[in-house]
Write a protein that binds this ligand. Structure first.
Ligand code: GN1
Ligand code: MG
Length: 345
């Protein structure tokens, strides 16, 4: 399969290696005598119109090239036919990126400096696109971070999902419904004119930032979910994934802690880039951003568990249940620090 894809790019001799650990796409590093690449197979059940991803990336690439020619933006390599995305019959959609020389990504945030640098990169991305009309972008996943919908899907799964799993999840279901005020608050944001619809990345985990040899953050990658959205999505997902030294896969929940210095680093790094952009209303929602994203991820994991893991898949029995409980614990750890953390902004 990979060979036929690479043929479309005129690449003959190549050594593919499985790369990264995203939950949705499959990714390979392709080493050829002429250079290194990243090949991705787009998950076309999740992204129903892969062409829309290519369209968005092209639009943004052109805008940035015109207005900020010095900004490093990783665009797909065109195929021999000049396409940004290649479709193989019966196999699906693929795209190829250049592998940025001497770059590496990280799976865990080890220092506040890294959190600061990453937050700066995501803030900069949105800032540079602040005069670009976000509504020109195509919606690659409808309602992706619509918390009201995620909550409804969660309630729906409790009616139609796997009965045994629902019964076993009673405790967590109760905790999640107890926090439904997070959904109510989201509703008020939607109707608050102080909140601007901006170009958001929507997947700000640390592995979506490239670092160079000197550990400087150089750019953001994985632009499939770049869509119009609210800044709480990006800031919140950084909190969800940088605050704790362990991620959603951790089964020993004692290891889940919220590191204040990392919180501070996220806020500082983001604000450094976005201070002139954020409205007064938005600036009050940093802490909420963390709650919003952690809560939504807990809902999504439990919904998927109850729906027999159709979306995220599971490597072992109860995998998404562990992930959901993990995120719920993280939400509690965050809530415990509310007073301290709110002083930081
Ligand atoms: C998915 O595929 P990956 O790992 O980049 C998901 C994110 C979740 C994340 C949780 C399109 O991202 O929304 O936050 O898993 N992406 C999609 O790890 O659903
Ligand atoms: Mg992603």
């Amino acid at each position: 399969m990979i060979e036929s894809v690479l043929e479309a790019y005129g690449i003959k001799e190549a050594k593919p290696e499985v790369f990264g650990n995203g939950l949705i796409h499959r990714t390979w590093k392709i080493i050829t005598p002429g250079g290194q690449f990243i090949l991705q197979k787009i998950h076309d059940i999740v992204f129903k119109r892969p062409q829309d991803i290519a369209y968005n990336i092209r639009l943004i690439a052109d805008y940035l090239k015109q207005h900020y020619p010095g900004y490093l933006f990783v665009s797909p390599v065109p195929s021999c036919n000049g396409e940004d995305i290649v479709r193989l019959k019966d196999e699906g959609y693929f795209r190829l990126f250049p592998f940025v020389k001497d770059s590496h990504s990280k799976d865990i945030v080890e220092t506040p400096g890294q959190a600061y640098a990453a937050a700066g990169q995501f803030g900069k991305f949105t800032r540079l696109l602040s005069n670009f009309d976000a509504n020109k972008l195509r919606i690659t996943i409808p309602d992706f971070h619509n918390l009201e919908l995620r909550y409804r899907q969660f309630l729906q799964s409790l009616k139609e999902g796997n009965i045994n799993r629902i019964n076993e999840s009673k405790n967590l279901v109760e905790q999640l419904t107890d926090h439904a005020d997070i959904v109510t608050e989201y509703h008020s944001i939607l109707h608050d004119p102080g909140f601007k619809l901006r170009v958001m990345h929507h997947d700000t985990k640390i592995s979506n930032v490239l670092f160079d040899k000197n550990e400087q953050a150089i750019c953001v990658i994985d632009l499939d979910t770049v869509m119009p959205g609210y800044y709480i999505s990006d800031v919140g997902d950084m909190m969800r994934t940088y605050l704790s030294p362990v991620n959603e896969e951790e089964k020993n929940f004692d290891k889940i802690i919220v590191r204040e210095d990392f919180y501070k680093a996220i806020v500082k790094g983001y604000v450094k880039e976005m201070k002139d952009e954020l409205t007064e209303a938005e600036s009050k929602y940093f802490f909420y951003a963390g709650k919003f994203m952690i809560y939504m991820q807990a809902l999504r994991f439990l919904t998927d568990h109850v729906n027999n893991d159709v979306y995220y898949g599971a490597k072992y029995e109860g995998h998404n249940f562990v992930r959901a409980n993990n995120q719920m614990v993280l939400l509690q750890r965050l809530a415990e620090k509310e007073n301290v953390l709110k002083k930081i902004v």
